[in-house]
Design a protein around this ligand. Structure first.
Ligand SMILES: Cc1cc2nc3c(=O)[nH]c(=O)nc-3n(C[C@H](O)[C@H](O)[C@H](O)COP(=O)(O)OP(=O)(O)OC[C@H]3O[C@@H](n4cnc5c(N)ncnc54)[C@H](O)[C@@H]3O)c2cc1C
Length: 286
């Protein structure tokens, strides 16, 4: 096992082990990797443990952006007032124990198509910062989810725009705690650019932007007040469900048919819309 203290050392260990023909797993919080090793769904390999890499555990705010290190845990994000949507998302992941260990980098490394953080990062149009022996690289969340990590690469951080309007994250699961999302919805309002961004997971093959519904919102919201009528919220949800029905689906799940999940996605989208833009909205961000 390697226990690097810097990103450079971690990249060096990845490169050296791969060069020697050995398989390597990065270990962050271990909440996905350790159960997979125990269950035998991942073969044993050399481990590069990232917990001592302090530079991965930083988060910070610039003039226009927020940057979150790959080693930051959900517990650390759950109370971050500068990032209300990210905080709301982090609060509904797993249990206290999971949130204390599980990290941003681990969520991206696992790339679970229903992963809560990935849903939020898709709506937030996040940039993913990566490092390898070839140097640093930045890519968009959609390209990252499509193409994955390159050989010998690790996630160092994610970058999102500073919020400029209300944000929320809603999730339906078998139960509220320590349960993966069945369907979830991230919703962000950008009052400066007068648009909304909404991603739904659990219906399409990955987190899915409901673009046609977003366009409707851009036109129908009264941007002088940042509000819209309940009828617009309903139409937003209906359009979101239509977009989701047309998207490439996740494998069929007999207990939760695709049409139910698309309907649930639309209901969550309408609810998120009303929460952020309804006349008596409950704001999670100013
Ligand atoms: C009981 C339980 C409940 C859960 N509930 C939820 C939930 O509600 N919502 C949800 O979204 N998830 C949930 N999860 C899944 C899990 O907690 C998340 O996917 C978590 O973000 C993984 O982070 P980690 O730090 O534990 O990753 P690890 O398990 O350490 O690693 C996961 C994968 O990412 C790779 N990796 C780690 N760090 C990096 C890096 N910096 N760069 C590249 N690859 C890297 C590893 O090699 C591995 O392949 C749950 C898990 C459990 C066990």
């Amino acid at each position: 096992m390697h226990r690097p203290r810097t990103v450079g050392e971690a990249v060096g260990a990845l490169t050296a082990e791969a060069g020697a023909g050995r398989r390597v797993w990065l270990l962050a919080g271990g909440t996905d990797l350790v159960p997979a090793l125990r269950a035998g769904s991942r073969e044993p390999a050399v481990i590069v443990a990232l917990r001592r890499v302090l530079e991965l555990r930083a988060r910070g705010a610039g003039a226009d952006t927020l940057t979150v290190g790959a080693g930051v845990t959900y517990a650390e994000l759950a109370g971050w007032s500068l990032a209300p949507g990210l905080a709301a998302t982090s609060r509904v992941v797993g249990s206290v124990q999971i949130r204390n260990c599980a990290t941003v980098g681990g969520a991206l490394g696992s790339a679970n198509p229903r992963g809560d953080l990935l849903t939020f990062l898709t709506a937030a149009e996040a940039e993913i910062l990566l490092a390898s022996a070839r140097g640093p690289r930045t890519t968009g969340i959609a390209a990252f989810l499509r193409d994955g990590l390159e050989p010998g690469e690790l996630v160092t951080a994610v970058r999102i725009a500073r919020p400029s309007g209300p944000q929320t994250y809603l999730k339906i699961g078998g139960r509220q705690a320590a349960f993966p999302a069945l369907v979830s919805c991230a919703f962000l309002v950008d009052r400066v650019r007068q648009r909304v961004c909404c991603a739904v997971s659990g219906v399409a093959a990955g987190p899915w932007r409901v673009t046609e519904a977003e366009l409707l919102a851009g036109e129908e919201v009264d941007w002088s007040t940042g509000t819209a009528s309940p009828a617009v919220a309903r139409r937003f949800g209906e359009l979101a469900a239509e977009v989701l029905r047309a998207a490439p689906p996740l494998p069929e799940d007999p207990r939760h048919p695709a049409d139910y999940r698309a309907h649930a996605g639309g209901v969550l989208a309408a609810r998120a819309f009303a929460r952020c833009l309804g006349p008596a909205r409950h704001e999670e961000a100013a």
